[in-house]
Ligand binder design. Structure first.
Ligand code: NDP
Length: 487
């Protein structure tokens, strides 16, 4: 049977390319090719640009209330079509249905709902200057480009487009080549909800298409979710036309567990922070620092739960709670890191091997892996692995663990578990990271701004603060008297 072929989405509808070039998409949970997608060639790119310019003119002229009504209709449709969309995400990403059906569509819809609420509330201010006065206007930037990673494709498309669209911008979105369908589904839903054609466009392809978006003079902003190295390339491209940038990049986040922590909650957090979405989450707490006095109990519980509670298998089976990595290439990369961990002297306490669950032997599964006896200089402790690999380290002194937690180029996230309220805040205030949790981990409601310190990012997503990253401030000075001139 011929593969289903998907096209780019331009000016409110699918658009065929002229070269006929396509790429294939694989279900990582089985290793099977599931459909093919047309690459955005030159004709598609130019059409997308024109469409986004026209879309911007129409959309930015509408009131915030009008935009909000359309976004809210899309929110309702996303929630109504939850199961269909969750299935798309399971097949594209290899994550378990158990997660996608609860989290992926819902958190995307939440973000659109949050910004739909803010759209009519956008306002400037005015200040009296003793007769004369000035006022400010929050104006949209124009055409924004979004470039997505593959771990939460639909959610990332929503998180980028929600603030952009609420503020009156149009968008050209490029999903990861590995997970292209979610963004197309979002485009269809936005159109059905009444969004004018051209406001949300999807272009498909690999890094080269992302590179075009970064360099293109007709685009006013680029927002990427991806690796630090890719972020640097995008920022260099954006610099050629001085575009605004938002960078949601990688991390190697510390999770610090003090001796007075509620042990079962701390263990649950460490498990979630390393094994949820099979470890493919940017904010994961992959450096787990445990106080020496708590360590024996902590590690016993972590190993017991890792060995007994994780069910890898058919990603569409609701019982499965642990999925497959995004590709064979990524699985091999994760396995290389595991080998390096052993070579450099860490103790492989559990996992460390590839898995072939019955019935889905072709999937790219790696067992949840726990390393103990880790030291700060090991590769597995320093580099982002983006797979189910937990590195456990021990500490005794508070100042020392803060110093070690901060000893990294990354600054995306951090967590602290302790019952001592003063210590919790004292420690978190000294941690160099943009997203921090106290007695929680990886919770990311749309009300809360997220983004990285240091090389983990620039700008923010979610929360009211992100409005500043999708608007520009215009100041208007109004003269009320005569003009005095010396000549
Ligand atoms: P990549 O950096 O490989 O890719 C991200 C996106 O950039 C993809 O759409 C990719 O296209 C595109 N791209 C690749 N090269 C270029 C280029 N030269 N110019 C412009 N765009 C380009 O990241 P992954 O997709 O592998 O995602 C994993 C990474 O994302 C991890 O580092 C993770 O930490 C980070 N991430 C960060 C999050 C955050 O909010 N801070 C959230 C989720 C993930 P293609 O894939 O089609 O080649």
């Amino acid at each position: 049977m011929p593969l289903t072929r998907y096209q780019n989405f331009v000016a409110g509808q699918p658009m065929a390319n002229s070269t006929g070039e396509t790429f294939e998409v694989v279900n990582p949970g089985t290793g099977e090719v599931i459909y093919e997608v047309e690459v955005a060639d030159e004709s598609v790119r130019q059409a997308a640009l024109e469409s986004a310019r026209e879309g911007f003119a129409t959309w930015s002229a509408m009131t915030g209330m009008e935009r909000a009504r359309i976004l809210n209709r899309a929110v309702a449709m996303l929630r109504e079509r939850n199961d269909e969309l969750a299935k798309v995400e399971v097949l594209d990403t290899g994550k378990p249905w158990q997660e996608a059906s609860e989290v992926d569509v819902n958190t995307g819809a939440d973000s659109l709902e949050f910004y739909a609420g803010l759209a009519p509330a956008l306002e400037g201010n005015q200040q009296d200057l003793g007769g004369d006065f000035y006022y400010t206007r929050r104006e949209p930037l124009g055409v924004c480009a979004g470039i997505g990673a593959w771990n939460y494709p639909l959610q990332i498309a929503c998180w980028k487009s929600a603030p952009a669209l609420a503020c009156g911008n149009s968008m050209i979105f490029k999903p990861s080549e590995e997970t292209p369908l979610g963004a197309l589904k979002l485009a269809e839903i936005l159109m059905e909800a009444g969004m004018p054609a051209g406001v949300f466009n999807v272009v498909q392809g690999a890094g080269e298409v992302g590179s075009w978006l970064s360099h293109e003079p007709g685009i006013d902003k680029v927002s990427i979710t991806g690796e630090v190295g890719t972020g640097k390339k995008v920022m260099a491209g954006a610099a050629t036309t001085l575009k605004e940038v938002t960078m949601e990049l990688g991390g190697k986040s510390p999770l610090i567990i003090f001796d007075d922590a509620e042990i079962d909650n701390a263990v649950s957090a460490a498990m979630l922070a390393n094994f949820y979405t099979q470890g493919e989450i940017c904010t994961n707490g992959t450096r787990v620092f445990v106080h020496e006095d708590l360590y024996p109990t902590f590690i016993e519980k972590v190993l017991e739960r890792t060995r007994n509670n994780i069910i890898a298998g058919d990603t569409l089976n609701p019982e499965t709670n642990f999925g497959a990595l995004i590709s064979a290439k990524h699985r091999d990369l994760v396995m290389d890191y595991i080998r390096k961990g052993v070579e450099e002297g860490a103790t492989l306490a559990c996992g460390g091997e590839e898995l072939s669950p019955q019935g889905v032997e072709g999937g790219y599964f790696v067992a949840p892996t726990v390393f103990t006896g880790c030291t700060d200089d090991m590769t597995i402790v320093k580099e982002e692995i983006f797979g189910p690999v937990m590195s456990v380290l021990t500490f005794r002194d508070e100042d020392d663990v803060i110093r070690r937690a901060n000893n990294t180029q990354y600054g995306l996230a951090a967590g602290v578990f302790t019952r001592d309220i003063k210590r919790a805040h004292r420690v978190i205030h000294q941690i160099q990271a943009g997203i921090c949790w106290i007695n929680a981990y990886n919770e990311s409601p749309s009300e809360m701004p997220v983004g990285g310190y240091k090389q983990s990012g620039i700008g923010r997503e979610n929360g009211a603060a992100t409005i500043n990253h999708y608007t520009q401030l215009k100041s208007v000075y109004v003269g009320m008297g005569d003009i005095e001139a010396p000549f």
